[in-house]
Design a binder for this molecule. Structure first.
Ligand code: SF4
Length: 221
């Protein structure tokens, strides 16, 4: 090997294969390609925490929305994708089917007949997934509170991560709702989908009380 020439630092053929800074302490042998010594490797729980934080950050920045326009509030969803409100600047885009979506928007009142389709769509979405309920009708039935065939509280049938109040909520309110959802996802607190899996029996009981012709497939939870 030729002698290392400081005037020709670009000539890598003269470099020794391993270099240690002068006066550095020897450490436990590691993989040659790894710059971390044994003492520098983060403890496992901290590493897991860091990975979870990064994953949640990515998830919150990539929301693929399945919009189920059940009520009049659905009309306020459309402007979100136009240049005035421009939801794509937040990483929010539409999804063509439940299989490609991770956010489910229920935009208004739900008849018992529609609830069945909504539950089926929700269960087809892959985990993790989040539900945004739009308008007063999803919270307490709204102006349909005493209707014979609409449900009143959506939370009894599927987990809702964010409610956006109003009749109907404006696009600005929708963006604020998405902002809440993104903050919750980043903090790891938007766990409605997990709650659904853990309490499936309770949700099923509630669902079957209003859906009398139950023939939904079992998605093998
Ligand atoms: S909350 Fe108001 S706008 Fe939304 S579905 Fe109900 S009645 Fe319509």
């Amino acid at each position: 090997m030729r002698k290392f020439d400081p005037d020709r630092p670009w000539d890598l053929t003269t470099l020794p294969t391993t270099m240690a800074p002068k006066g550095s302490k020897p450490h436990a042998p590691t993989d040659d390609r790894c710059f971390l010594g044994a003492g520098d490797v983060p403890a496992a729980p901290k590493l897991q925490e860091a990975v979870a934080t990064i994953k949640n950050w990515f998830r919150a920045s990539s929301l693929n929305v399945l919009a189920f326009g059940t009520g009049c509030g659905a009309i306020e969803l459309r402007p979100l994708s136009t240049s005035r409100f421009d939801m794509s600047r937040f990483g929010i885009s539409g999804a063509p089917s439940p299989r490609q979506a991770n956010v489910f928007i229920i935009s208004g009142y739900l008849s018992t007949k529609t609830l069945k389709r909504v539950i089926r769509s929700y269960e087809q979405m892959p985990n993790p997934k989040w539900v945004v309920a739009l308008g007063s009708c999803t919270i307490n039935g709204g102006m349909y509170w005493d209707s014979y065939n609409t449900i009143k509280v959506l939370d009894l049938y599927m987990p809702v991560d964010v409610y956006i109040t109003g009749c109907m909520p404006r696009p600005e309110a929708l963006i604020a709702g998405f902002d809440y959802l993104m903050q919750d996802i980043k903090k790891g607190e938007a766990n409605g989908w997990h709650h659904y899996l853990e309490n499936l029996e309770w949700y099923r009981d509630n669902q079957k009380k209003v859906i009398t012709d139950w023939d939904l497939p079992n998605y093998s939870w």
